[in-house]
Design a protein around this ligand. Structure first.
Ligand code: VG1
Ligand code: CO
Length: 543
């Protein structure tokens, strides 16, 4: 087997967004696109010689082909070993765990997460570092630098490796270890949660529905929930990963997980419902007729995590992304925990987790996780909720009601305007940014602005800084609106508007979020001129 250099040229825009490089699948399949980016990664980390990596993905279209290319390139660049999930399958949190467990030098995760899959949909590649977490901005900048100047990449002439069989084989001088994608992850979960208590819950007749959305969590959920914890067969819906997620958006929110929402609000609804996304790092939690916002889920977990064996010593601190609601801050304040506010994207939690400053993190976009890995983790959140339900004996609805009673309720909603003209979206943000200094003191829809800024962050551990992370406008009385452009889309721009208002009046804790937020929604439109600029009457997605 010969290794050889292939001459190439830089391809425009190989710059990671919020979570790796995401593009339309056909772009990734175009000549040299994947190869350039993989070589840029290997160059940016100082070469692959003698190194070990983990490789796997969410099973979407092109996953299998991309893995064979990465294997050949790793071998040609002198890597010593690559650990691959059987059939190329690894959830993002499972990949993070394998990197840590096997002390590898990093890993390649193939996924566009909640974006649809298929030849006419999206694909993505994310490089995770030796701590198991997404590459930091310094590393993604170095990768971009390499991709912008690349002149050749190294390739091995070889046949495909059979990924259907568990076991070791050699690719040139590199060992390829094909492993069961679920075993190690399931073993880790067993160390964190009270599996006896959760199986007791199922034995007592507790019913659950888990929607794997035809994506990667199917095999993990079948093993953990049905086989290991004794939930009834049929608990896991849509549990076979499909290359195009059966044509759906594997995004666990009430809009895209409408099948599950129908079950949970229908007659004879189970006690508990949950869903996860394409690559298994997001979660949706829903009780019988009770949807839990991700921000509330984070806060509730912060309040109760000590009931789970892996967290019985209590939390060391918590962190949330800036657009996530302040609900967890209220729990942290009550418990005397440090609470950090970071930019959007899991890469910003890594240093805090590594330093032991926090062991619970979350994002409003349905990401929750802890220091057990360095990614958000969908099934982890589901098991945490099951453990809390088993330990308290309370329903999801009662847990929420009690939580709001104790801490107040941060009414919360996110409005997304998708595929907006990029120019319109960037002008909207630039105009907002230009008038920030003038906003304090003015009133919009009856709400008085107290502060307005553009979020910048200095990491308290490594002191790296990042700017331009979203515009925040705070109002009198604890309401807030945040504007940000998505960094995961592949077409035009997606404007995200995050709306929040704190309510502590015990008689007003059970309103519809849109009613409770009506004034904040009106103020957001007045300040940014969303309708006038985009020509849209309403957001495409409200979560
Ligand atoms: C979105 C979410 C963000 C999340 C990111 C990756 O980013 O808002 O909270 O970390 O997706 O999640 P953006 O830039 O589109 O708002 V995943 O599950 O795609 O790895
Ligand atoms: Co994801």
């Amino acid at each position: 087997m010969d290794a050889f250099d292939v001459p190439t040229q830089p391809i425009d825009g190989q710059k990671a967004g919020t979570s790796g490089l995401r593009r339309q699948t056909r772009d990734f399949m175009a000549p040299h696109f994947l190869e350039n980016y993989v070589q840029a990664i290997l160059n940016a980390i100082g070469g692959a010689h003698g190194k070990r990596f983990v490789v796997g993905g969410d099973g979407r279209y092109f996953n299998d082909r991309a893995i064979q290319v990465i294997l050949r390139m790793a071998a040609a660049n002198g890597a010593a070993e690559v650990i691959v999930g059987q059939n190329g399958i690894l959830s993002t949190p499972a990949a993070s765990h394998l990197i840590r467990l096997n002390k590898t030098d990093g890993g390649f995760v193939l996924s566009a997460s909640h974006n649809p899959g298929g030849i006419d949909a999206d694909f993505g590649l994310k490089f995770n570092m030796a701590n198991g977490g997404p590459a930091t901005e310094q590393v993604t900048d170095a990768i971009y630098q390499q991709a912008s100047t690349i002149a050749n990449y190294r390739m091995l002439e070889a046949q495909d490796i059979d990924l259907t069989q568990i076991g070791d084989s050699m690719l040139g001088d590199m060992r390829v270890r094909v492993i069961d994608p679920v075993d190690d992850y399931a073993a880790l979960m067993e160390t964190l949660f009270d599996f006896d208590a959760i199986s007791g819950l199922f034995r007592s007749g507790f019913r659950m529905a888990f929607d794997a959305m035809h994506a990667v969590t199917g095999p993990y959920a079948h093993r953990l929930l049905e086989e290991r914890l004794g939930a009834a067969q049929g608990t896991v819906l849509n549990g076979t990963p499909s290359p195009d997620f059966a044509g759906g958006h594997p995004d666990p929110n009430p809009i895209w997980a409408h099948e599950l929402m129908g079950i949970m609000t229908g007659p004879d609804a189970p006690d508990f419902g949950a869903a996860s996304d394409g690559d298994g790092d997001r979660n949706m939690i829903v009780g019988r007729g009770a949807y839990v916002t991700p921000s509330d889920s984070l806060a509730l977990i912060a309040a109760h995590a000590h009931v789970a064996p892996g967290y019985k010593a209590g939390l060391s601190g918590v962190a949330r992304s800036m657009p996530t609601s302040g609900a967890v801050d209220r729990v942290a304040a009550a418990k005397g925990l440090d609470c950090f506010e970071t930019p959007t994207g899991w890469k910003f939690f890594g240093a805090l987790l590594d330093a032991g400053k926090v062991n619970l993190c979350g994002e409003e976009s349905a990401g929750t996780g802890s220091d057990h890995v360095r990614e958000k983790d969908g099934l982890w959140a589901v098991l945490m909720w099951l453990n809390i339900i088993a330990a308290t004996g309370k329903s999801v609805g009662d847990l929420l009601a009690d939580h709001w009673q104790t801490y107040g309720r941060n009414y919360y909603s996110r409005h997304d305007y998708e595929a907006v003209d990029s120019q319109v979206a960037s002008t909207l943000m630039a105009d907002l940014s230009a008038k920030l200094a003038d906003l304090p003191g003015s009133a919009f829809a009856g709400l008085k602005v107290t502060e307005a800024d553009e979020f910048a962050y200095t990491d308290p551990v490594d002191h790296s800084t990042t700017t331009g992370q979203g515009i925040r406008i705070m109002f009198d009385g604890g309401a807030r609106v945040v504007f940000r452009l998505s960094g995961t889309g592949t077409q035009g721009a997606t404007l995200r508007v995050y709306l929040e208002r704190l309510e502590t009046d015990a008689s007003r804790l059970h309103m519809q979020a849109d009613d409770a937020l009506a004034a904040v929604i009106a103020a957001a439109d007045e300040i940014a001129g969303i309708r006038a600029r985009t020509g849209r009457d309403a957001p495409d997605v409200r979560t």
